[in-house]
Design a protein around this ligand. Structure first.
Ligand code: LLH
Ligand code: MG
Length: 384
């Protein structure tokens, strides 16, 4: 099945999510956002698709690297193609990112699934058809009635439990919020949420990502008293030694690394250094479904869980394909936004959740995204 074409389609869609000066998302007025669809097509007309930010699969990336590696090659040789792209990263002067590799890898898996008439999660493992979700909040803000006080987190947590979530992860306040970071406020929010949802809902914290070791230790000890399930990315992940220091002193499991580069290689180093108790990888962040599976299998070999970072069809497929992931991260969630609203470029949600808090995998062949091609065609900004 030889690859004939690689195409990017950039389009616009309406959203009420906006991004602050540090890259955290929050609710905002409706705007037209941009997204891109990567499409890989074979000579016999099979196609695979993956969504990515337009910058990730911009024309230069497609022309200079992706087409050169893919066109004329067998679409089913994913590992070979992934290594072909990874080889280019060294000499690309930072232009070819792990996120670009992830878009290509997902489109190739989607193509394989569609060509074989199978959902990807079954091709890559097939452990279960539904995955329990935790509700992952947006970062704290200063919107009255939003996530601006510990009590507002508590109210929202109660709403999430009524919606069906059986576990909740808080993202608390981070700059540019005026009073952030605040150890005291983070602990207060965690305590308020524990009080609101009672002792039986697993809770996690993903706070300011740049606390000092001492601040992180203070928060971690408070979370232990509140019986939290894990503590995530509280310090800069580039300092593996700081995580090993913290993991050594706390009983609460440390999850990581999430945003650190280095794909499966850096995750192996963290296991060896004892820098985390639960490994972490997300499909866009580590370069695709293929390397995320490597992280998950590495974790399994060491008797560890691998909690998958982030939402979306690729991450959900991995969660359903492996045994050692407890939850799917559903979000980010906010009281002003309805996560269950279907984005205009899809015909249905890729991660529908039932009243018991399970996200069901789509039986559709491929990644299971029911793409609204008509909408994308009508709102195309450019094709390349
Ligand atoms: O800082 C943020 O906006 C969030 O932490 C975000 O990156 C989120 O994807 C996350 O960390 N989830 O676990
Ligand atoms: Mg996180």
């Amino acid at each position: 099945m030889k690859i004939a074409r690689v195409q990017g389609t950039e389009f616009s869609y309406p959203t009420r999510r906006s991004v602050d000066g540090a890259g955290h998302s929050h609710p905002g007025p409706e705007i037209q956002a941009r997204l891109a669809l990567l499409t890989i097509t074979t000579e016999d007309g099979q196609s695979g698709h993956a969504f990515a930010p337009p910058e990730v699969i911009r024309p230069h990336v497609i022309d200079a690297f992706v087409r050169k590696v893919l066109v004329g090659q067998d679409a089913f040789q994913r590992e070979q193609l992934w290594h072909g792209l990874e080889h280019w990263q060294r000499g690309s002067a930072g232009q070819l990112t792990d996120r670009s590799l992830a878009a290509v890898d997902q489109a190739l898996w989607d193509l394989a699934g569609r060509a074989l008439g199978q959902p990807v999660y079954r091709l890559i493992g097939g452990y279960r058809d539904k995955v329990p979700a935790y509700g992952s909040t947006m970062c704290g803000d200063e919107f009255k009635g939003g996530l601006s006080t510990p009590d507002e987190y508590a109210d929202f947590a109660e709403r999430l439990v009524s919606r069906g979530y059986k576990a909740i992860k808080l993202h608390t306040w981070m700059p540019p919020v005026s009073f952030a970071p605040s150890v005291e406020m983070d602990i207060k929010a965690c305590a308020a949420v524990r009080e609101a949802v009672g002792p039986h809902i697993p809770l996690m914290l993903d706070g300011y990502h740049n606390y000092s070791r001492v601040d992180a230790l203070t928060i971690g000890r408070a979370l232990e008293k509140l019986n939290f399930t894990w503590f995530e990315e509280m310090m800069n992940e580039q300092s593996m030694a700081s995580y090993a220091w913290l993991a050594d002193q706390l009983d609460i499991p440390i999850v990581g690394p999430e945003s650190l580069s280095g794909k499966h290689h850096s995750r192996a180093d963290w296991v060896k250094a004892g820098a985390c108790d639960i490994l972490r990888a997300g499909v866009p962040g580590v370069g695709g479904i293929s390397p995320t599976l490597k992280v998950a299998h590495l974790a399994e070999s060491f008797g560890m869980q691998c909690e998958v970072h982030g939402n979306g069809a690729g991450n959900l497929a991995v969660c359903a394909a492996i045994r050692n992931c407890r939850w799917y991260e559903r979000g980010l969630l906010h009281p002003f936004l309805d996560y269950d609203e279907v984005p205009a470029y899809l015909n249905q949600l890729a991660d529908p959740m039932d009243a018991e808090g399970y996200v069901h995998l789509s039986p559709l062949p491929g990644l299971g995204e029911d793409i609204n091609f008509g909408y994308i065609e009508a709102h195309t900004l450019r094709k390349y």
